[in-house]
Design a protein around this ligand. Structure first.
Ligand code: TMP
Ligand code: ASP
Length: 237
């Protein structure tokens, strides 16, 4: 029996605990919500449960149906999951299908403008610098990961997008954009880590274009909990 031991880390939305197995850790999802690098704070009641269950469900499907390796091992409870211990590659990998958020702003596009091809962006994970955008040259010059690891990350991100876009379309959701994080296992393998949830994706109802994700919190739109519940219902039934 694997037992939870000491807390290793507390992030904005999750805590991470060591276990009696040195290769496994437990993540525990909180209801705390932040935006704009912690400048905006709040609570989204039930968010931890939705994000934990949705992320686990999607990661399991990605492995079984698309051959994507992930950190996921076993769901322990509504809020807690056993995952492989990895060293997180310090990059936020953003995948975009439709212009929204910071891309719409930066390029002066109306939100909702379809992109002619998938856009991949990288941000260096560093709260003190506000996660600055970086390109492949910066990543290799700063040795955030190797060229080979970056190629793996980019091809996994495309594969994940192809799979998830089709999956969300089947539940009448447009996958506008999302953020991924990857980790390196002790044998040096790159795996999908962190989470896939309404915190880290933009989900729009495909018919009404209603926002069903954390933008409702970021933009003070109301109906935040209902949006998370609706996504949970569509994904997990
Ligand atoms: P952006 O348009 O604000 O750059 O966000 C792109 C996607 O990344 C969007 O789906 C929300 C997600 N995201 C995170 O998961 N964490 C973050 O800190 C930010 C800024 C965005
Ligand atoms: N990463 C942002 C924060 O740290 C949250 C977000 O906008 O998704 O507050």
């Amino acid at each position: 029996m694997i037992q939870k031991t000491e807390q290793l880390y507390e992030g904005k939305a999750k805590k991470v605990f060591a276990t009696t197995d040195p290769d496994l850790v437990i993540v525990s999802y909180k209801d705390d919500a932040t935006a704009f690098n912690g400048a905006k704070k709040g609570t989204i009641v039930g968010k931890g449960v939705v994000n934990n269950r949705m992320s686990n469900y999607l990661m399991e499907k990605l492995t079984k149906e698309a051959g994507v390796p992930t950190h996921y091992v076993e769901e322990l409870s509504e809020r807690e999951t056993l995952v492989k211990r990895v060293k997180i590659v310090p990059l936020e990998v953003i995948v975009r299908n439709i212009a929204a958020g910071s891309l719409a702003k930066r390029l002066g596009l109306a939100e909702g403008t379809p992109l002619k091809r998938t856009v991949l962006e990288y941000c260096y994970k560093c709260d003190a610098l506000d996660d600055p955008m970086v390109n492949e040259y910066h990543i290799l010059a700063m040795e955030y990961c190797t060229k080979e690891e970056l190629d793996t990350i980019a091809s996994l991100a495309q594969k994940i997008n192809d799979y998830l876009k089709a999956y969300f379309a089947s539940i009448n959701v447009e996958l506008v954009d999302f953020k991924l994080e990857f980790g390196k296992t002790k044998d040096g393998k790159i795996v999908l880590a962190d989470e896939i949830s309404p915190d880290t994706c933009r989900f729009w109802d495909a018919t009404t274009h209603e926002k069903l994700d954390k933008d409702r919190f970021r933009r003070d739109m109301g109906g935040v909990e209902d949006a998370y519940k609706e996504m949970m219902k569509r994904v997990l039934g």
